[in-house]
Write a protein that binds this ligand. Sequence first.
Ligand code: HEM
Length: 348
Amino acid sequence: MAKEVMKTHDLDFCSRPDNHASRRLSYNGLDLVFAPYEMRKLCVVNLFSRVQQFRPIQEDEVGRLMEKICQLSGDSKPVNISEATTCLSITIICRVGFGKRYAEAGAKRSRFHGLLSESQALLSSFCFSDYFPWVGWIDSRGFTIVLKTLSNNLISSIKNSSMNISIQTDSCYYRYGRMVNVFLAGTETSAAAMTWAMSFLMKHSNCLKTSQDEVRNLVGRKGFLNENDIQSLTYLKAVIKETFRLQPIAPLLVARETLGKCSIGTALPERFIGSSIDYKGLHFELIPFGAGRRICPGMRMGVATVELALANLLYKFDWEMPAGMTEEDIDFDALGHCTQENSSYPCG
Ligand code: HEM
C-alpha cells in the first residue's frame, strides 16, 4: 500500500468512498493509514466475531460493573451511566482484542480514556477543524504509547495462534492507525447505545417497568443474566431497536446537518414486537450499523454488550432520576458529554 505523508496543514483526513481505498490521518508528518479491508478482516474474521471468545469476557466485565454500581448505590451515590458504559466498552475491547484489562493498564488508563474522549470530540467537530486547524489534533504520541503496549500483546497472541492474518511490520504507525480506528468505532458507539437506551427508559417509566418486569420474571432469583437468558427478552430487544431508531448512534457521534425538519414518530418499542424488522442491514427502515459491504463488522459484539449490560442493569437495580430532576429534564435533542474532570465513576 502506498504511503505518503500529507502535509497540507497540520490536520488532514482523507476518506474515499471506494471500498478498498485506504483512509489516512496525518498530524505533523505522523502518518496513520487505515485499510478498511484489513481492518474488517481483523475485526470480522479474527477478533470481534468470535462469539465464544468474547462472551465470557463480556459476562465477567458486566458482572464487575454490577459490583461497582452496587458499591455506589450502597453509598447512595449517583451513577454516571455514560462513564460507566464507556469504561465497560473499553475494557471489553481491550480484553477481547489485546488480552489485557483496561483497568490493569495502570497510570496509562486514565490517559487513554482522556485520549479517546478527545479524539471522539474532535471527530464530531471535524468540519469545524477543517476551517480552524489551530484546534489541534489528539495527542497522537500519547495514543501511540498506549496502543503500542496493547498492540504488541495482540501481535504476539496472533503470531502464537492459528489465526490467518498477516501483520505488516513496515510501519508501526500503520498498525496503530488501525487500532485507533477499531477503538473509536467500537467503544463510544456501544457506550452511547447503552446510555441512550437508559435515557429512553428513564424518560418513559412505563417502558422501564415493562422491561424490568420481563427481565425479573424471566430469571427469578438467578442473580445474573447471561447471553442465553437474553435471547428470550423480546421487550428489551424492542427497546434497543427503538433506541437505535430514535437515536442512530453513528450519525449522532459524527456531526451531520439535516436539510429539513423531519418527524420520526412517537417512542414506541411495541412497534417491533411481532415485526420482522431487524438492524442487520436488510431492512432499510432501521440501519444503525449501516448495510452492505461496509456494514459494521462489530455489530454482533456491540449488540451483545448492549443487551447484556442493559438486562443486568434493569434486573439488579431500581432506577430513579437524581435528586431535583424529573423525566421532563431528559433532553433527547442533545447528548451531554462527560469529561475526566467531572467524572465520579471509578473505572476498573
Ligand atoms: C452499538 C454499537 C455500534 C454501532 C451502532 C455501530 C455502528 C457502525 C456504523 C453505522 C458503521 C458505518 C457502516 C457504514 O459505513 O456503512 C460502523 C463501522 C465500523 N464499526 Fe461499528 N458500531 C458499533 C459497534 C462496533 C464495535 C463493538 C466494533 C469493533 C469492535 C465496531 C467496529 C467498526 C469498524 C471497524 C467499522 C468500519 C468498517 C469499515 O469501514 O468497513 N463497531 N459501525
